[in-house]
Structure formats: C-alpha cells, structure tokens
Ligand binder design. Structure first.
Ligand code: HEM
Ligand code: HEM
Length: 197
C-alpha cells in the first residue's frame, strides 16, 4: 500500500473510528456500572445484573485492547500521510504527543482493567458466560486491585480530557487554519487538495 497518500489508509481509518466509538461508549458504560454498584449497596439493584454489566464491560474492554494493539502494530508498519504545511511546527509536535498519549491510553486502560480483575478475588467471564473464564494475569491482591481501580478510573477521565483537546484541534485545523487534517481521517470529507495533490 502506498505510504504517501493524502489520507490515512482504510485500516487506519476503520480502527480509528471503531476504537473511538468503543472507548467513549465504554467510558459511560463504566460510570453506569459503577453507579449500579452503589445502587446494589443501597438495595436498589440485583447482584446478577451488576455482575452481568461488569462482565460485558470487561468483554468489550478486552476487545478494545486487541483492536488497540492491532492498531499500534499497523501504525508502526504504515507511515501516516505527511501533515499539510498549514499546521505550525509547535502544533505538529503537540499532535504527535497527543497521538502517542492516545496509544498509551487505549492500550493502558483496558490492560490495567485486566490486571485489576486478575488481582480481584472473584472470577470474571467473557460474554457473562461461566463456561468462559477470563484468564488471570496476576495473583489475588486486594490493595493492588484498589490502586489499579484508581489508575483505571483516572486514566479513563484522562482519555476523555485528551479527546476534548483532540476534537478541538481537529476542528480548529479544519475551520480556522484551512488545513486538510479532518479530511485525512473522515472519509466523506473531500480534501480541499491544495497541498495534497
Ligand atoms: C477516544 C476517541 C479517539 C481516539 C482514541 C483518537 C485517537 C487518534 C490517534 C491516535 C490519531 C493519530 C493517528 C495516527 O497517526 O496513528 C488520531 C488522528 C485523528 N483523529 Fe482521532 N481519536 C479519537 C476521536 C476522534 C474524534 C471524535 C475526531 C473528530 C473530530 C477525531 C479526529 C481525528 C483526525 C482528523 C485525525 C488525523 C490527524 C492528522 O491528520 O494527523 N478523532 N486520532
Ligand atoms: C476502553 C476500555 C475501557 C474504558 C474506557 C473503561 C472505563 C471505565 C470507567 C469509566 C469505569 C468507572 C470508574 C469509576 O467510576 O470508578 C470503569 C470501571 C471498571 N472497569 Fe473499565 N474500562 C475499560 C476497559 C476495562 C477492561 C478491559 C476491564 C477488565 C477486563 C475493566 C474493568 C473494570 C472494572 C472491574 C471496573 C470497576 C472498578 C472499581 O469498581 O473500582 N475495564 N471502567
């Protein structure tokens, strides 16, 4: 596949949007599941429902982990198209930093989740099916599990904050700077083509 096309290639775009939708959905899913734990403590939710919610959170989260690793491998083996000259040097550096942080977070958040449930005493199941236990990668350790719970939560807040900056930057480049950044990642936006052809 060509490495200097004006837009990201199909696989990069597909993985970008699939992971973006899943991460945002998983953030709100996680908050909701956490709320249900509180409801359970207050006697307003069923244990089986809360367990099922978390098993689904874990299952989808591990799918995100696999997709994120695939995406990193794809990124390391396929150079992205060069940025348009309208984007100032400082903003290029910030974009690179933000993108690297995204890779760390899209892999780190689900991986920490996996470590966390491994350190927990109770088992977890793919698809909420007791025939499909999620393999454990750490021994039971209550204190470590709690620390990982905090890391998981704050990293999830962190990725949402980064997302706000990322979207703001993408829109600024498109609408204010007239650069073709948005068209590189959104297939139905036609590149203006000035510097890309
Ligand atoms: C959690 C959600 C998201 C994550 C994790 C994410 C992550 C990333 C990453 C890592 C890149 C760099 C691609 C690479 O070079 O490998 C990127 C590029 C890009 N993203 Fe996102 N993104 C998210 C959501 C969005 C949204 C909602 C928009 C809509 C405005 C968007 C617009 C873009 C654009 C336009 C680029 C291309 C930037 C360039 O030309 O270099 N992203 N994104
Ligand atoms: C993109 C992936 C993921 C995102 C964005 C995400 C996000 C979240 C959020 C926002 C919470 C609520 C935190 C709170 O308010 O305390 C949460 C809780 C939780 N997540 Fe995830 N999660 C992801 C993947 C995973 C994975 C892969 C696992 C395990 C295999 C997992 C296990 C858990 C557990 C056990 C909790 C409850 C933590 C606690 O009660 O301390 N998550 N997640």
């Amino acid at each position: 596949m060509s490495t200097d096309t004006p837009t990201y290639n199909f696989v990069a775009i597909l993985l970008h949007w699939l992971i973006a939708v899943l991460v945002v959905a998983m953030f709100f899913f996680g908050l909701y599941a956490h709320e249900q734990v509180e409801a359970l403590r207050a006697g307003n939710a069923e244990l089986a429902t809360v367990v099922a919610l978390f098993n689904w959170h874990k299952t989808i989260g591990l799918v995100v982990l696999v997709l994120a690793v695939l995406r990193l491998v794809w990124r390391l083996t396929h150079k992205p198209p060069p940025l348009s000259p309208e984007v100032p040097v400082l903003e290029r550096m910030l974009a690179r930093l933000a993108h690297a942080a995204f890779y760390v977070l899209i892999i780190g958040i689900p991986f920490v989740g996996w470590l966390m449930i491994s350190a927990a005493e109770s088992p977890s199941y793919f698809l909420n099916d007791t025939a499909l236990p999620i393999p454990e990668i750490w021994g039971d350790d209550r204190e470590f599990r709690e620390t990982l719970g905090d890391v998981h939560k704050y990293a999830a807040y962190g990725i949402m904050a980064l997302l706000v900056l990322h979207v703001a930057a993408a829109l600024k480049h498109h609408y204010r700077d007239g650069a073709d950044t948005l068209a590189r990642m959104v297939p139905f936006i036609r590149p203006r083509g000035r510097q890309n052809r």
